[in-house]
Design a binder for this molecule. Structure first.
Ligand code: ATP
Length: 443
C-alpha cells in the first residue's frame, strides 16, 4: 500500500491498457473513462465474481437488468427530483468549483488559496436529463438513472408475480448509472458515468435488523474472498447527520484508497420507504401477500450498493506493489486474486526455435478452453515475466527443451516467483486448485 499513488496507477493503467481518459484525442471529457483491453476484462471479472456470489451462492436472490431510462415519475417518487442535490460553491478568484461539504470553507480556496472568495452554496441536482422523442419540452423529459436501485423497486411486483420467489428474497442488478458530479477528481473513484452492483433484499418488517446484520457480514466477507487485504477495509456507521431521513440504519464499507479512507459500498436499511413511495406515486398496490399466513405488508428493504468501477480502482490499488528483488532488481507487480486477473495464464516458450514456439502455441490454444490466456515469445524470459507481473497475471507456463522430452512445463507463480515442474496433463487441474486455494502473501 505504501508504494501506491494515484499518479502511478493512472500511468500504469494508460500504459498497459487498463483505463484511458474518454475522448483523449479531443482533450478528454471530465468524469468519463474508457476501459481498455485489460480494464474491461478486470471489470467484467469483478462483476462476474459479484454476480456469482449474489445469484449463485445465495439462491434466494434473482437477477434483473432494468433499463437506464425510466418514467420520470420514478424519480419524483424516489425523491431524486427534489432532493438529489449537492451544495456547490465557486471560487470567485480562480473560478474553480467545489462541493461545499467536501472542503473547509474557512481555509480558503484549495486551488488558488484565496480566502473569503467563495460564492454562497447553491444546491445543484445531480441527475442528467434528456428528452425522449422529437419535442424538447417538459413533458418529454427523462433522466439518466443516478442509481440502479429504483429499477428493482419498480419491478418488484413483476418479479413476485412471474417467478417463484417468496419473502425473504433479493433482487440483484449491475448497470450504468449517471451523476452530474461537481468534483470528479481521483480518477475513476468518482465519475459522471459509472457502474453499480446493487442488491435489494426484501424482508418482513421486524426481521429487518437481523437481515441487516447478516448482509453486513456477507458483504465484508465477500471482499475478503475477493482477495482484498482485510487491513485495508473497515466499517463506517452513518451518524445522525449523515443518515438519509428514511433510513433506519446505514453502514459503509470503506477502503483505504491512495487518497485515504473512502466509501466503497453502502449497506442500508431503507425500511419500506421506497415501495411505499412508488405505491403512492403510481397508485399501484406494492404490498406482498404471504400465501401461508395470508398476511399483507409492504416489505422492508436491506440494500447493498457497491460501485463496480470503484471496485476496479480498489482492486488496482490493493494489488499494486513495487518490489525489491533479492538480485537487486525492482519489479512492479499487481497481486490480483487469480479469479479477477485479466489474464490468468501466460504461455511462454523459452526460445522460438527448435519447435518450442509451435509447441507452446498449441498448448496455449488448448488452455483457452479453461482460462484467459496470453502468448508471448518476444524478449528475454525474465522480461516477459516482468511484463506479466505488471498486469497481474498469476501463472506463467514456460515451455523449454525438457518439455519436448517428458511433457512437463514450468509453472511460475506471480507472487512468490516460485517455479514448479508440472506434467501438461495436470496443468489445468493444478491451476484451478491453486486459484481456489489462493492466499496473498502478506508483505
Ligand atoms: P457520495 O456521498 O460519495 O457522493 P453516495 O453515498 O451518494 O456517494 P451511493 O448513492 O450510496 O453513494 O452509491 C452507492 C455506491 O455507488 C457508492 O458506494 C460508490 O461505490 C458508487 N458510486 C456512487 N457515486 C459514484 C460516482 N460518481 N462514481 C463512481 N462510483 C460511484
Amino acid at each position: 500500500m505504501a508504494d501506491v499513488t494515484m499518479d502511478k496507477l493512472v500511468s500504469l493503467c494508460k500504459r498497459r491498457g487498463f483505463i484511458y481518459q474518454s475522448s483523449e484525442i479531443y482533450g478528454g471529457l471530465t468524469g468519463a473513462y474508457d476501459y481498455g483491453p485489460l480494464g474491461v476484462q478486470l471489470k467484467n471479472n469483478i462483476r462476474d465474481f459479484w454476480w456469482k456470489e449474489m445469484t449463485q451462492i445465495h439462491d434466494d436472490i434473482v437477477g434483473l437488468d432494468a433499463s437506464i431510462l425510466m418514467h420520470p415519475k420514478v424519480w419524483e417518487a424516489s425523491g431524486h427530483v427534489s432532493n438529489f442535490t449537492d451544495p456547490m460553491v465557486d471560487c470567485k478568484q480562480c473560478k474553480s468549483r467545489f462541493r461545499s461539504d467536501q472542503i473547509d470553507l474557512t481555509a480558503g480556496c484549495p486551488v488558488c488559496g484565496t480566502k473569503g472568495s467563495f460564492t454562497e452554496p447553491r444546491n445543484f441536482n445531480l441527475m442528467f436529463s434528456t428528452h425522449i422523442g422529437p419535442v424538447h419540452d417538459d413533458a418529454s423529459i427523462v433522466y439518466l438513472r443516478p442509481e440502479t436501485a429504483q429499477g428493482i423497486y419498480v419491478d418488484f411486483k413483476n418479479i413476485v408475480q412471474s417467478s417463484r420467489v417468496k419473502i425473504p428474497f433479493g433482487i440483484a442488478q449491475v448497470g450504468k448509472s449517471f451523476r452530474n458530479e461537481i468534483t470528479t477528481k481521483n480518477f475513476i473513484f468518482r465519475s459522471c458515468e459509472f457502474e453499480q452492483m446493487e442488491m435489494q433484499f426484501f424482508c418482513k418488517p421486524g426481521s429487518d435488523d437481523d437481515w441487516f446484520s447478516y448482509w453486513r457480514d456477507q458483504r465484508m466477507t465477500f471482499y475478503h474472498k475477493m482477495g482484498i487485504r482485510p487491513a485495508a477495509l473497515r466499517w463506517h456507521r452513518h451518524g445522525e447527520d449523515e443518515l438519509a431521513f428514511y433510513a433506519k440504519d446505514a453502514y459503509d464499507i470503506q477502503f483505504l484508497f491512495p487518497m485515504g479512507w473512502q466509501e466503497l459500498e453502502g449497506v442500508h436499511n431503507r425500511t419500506d420507504y421506497d415501495l411505499t413511495q412508488h405505491q403512492k406515486f403510481s397508485g399501484k398496490d406494492m404490498a406482498y401477500l404471504d400465501q401461508e399466513t395470508q398476511e399483507r405488508y409492504i416489505p422492508y428493504v436491506v440494500e447493498t450498493s457497491a460501485g463496480l468501477t470503484r471496485n476496479v480502482l480498489m482492486a488496482l490499488s490493493d494489488a499494486y506493489e513495487e518490489q525489491q528483488l533479492p538480485d537487486g532488481d525492482m519489479r512492479t507487480v499487481l497481486h490480483f486474486h487469480p479469479a479477477l486477473a485479466p489474464v490468468t495464464v501466460a504461455v511462454l516458450p523459452l526460445v522460438k526455435k527448435d519447435g518450442l514456439g509451435e509447441f507452446a502455441k498449441k498448448l496455449e490454444l488448448d488452455l483457452r478452453e479453461d482460462f484467459t490466456t496470453f502468448f508471448d515469445l518476444s524478449g528475454a524470459i525474465g522480461r516477459r515475466y516482468r511484463r506479466m507481473d505488471e498486469i497481474g497475471t498469476p501463472y506463467c507456463v514456460t515451455v523449454d527443451y525438457q518439455t519436448l522430452q517428458d511433457n512437463t512445463v514450468t509453472l511460475r507463480f506471480r507472487d512468490s516467483m516460485e517455479q514448479i515442474r508440472v506434467t501438461i496433463t495436470d496443468l489445468v487441474t493444478t491451476i484451478k486448485r491453486e486459484t481456489k486455494q489462493y492466499k496473498r502473501i502478506e508483505e
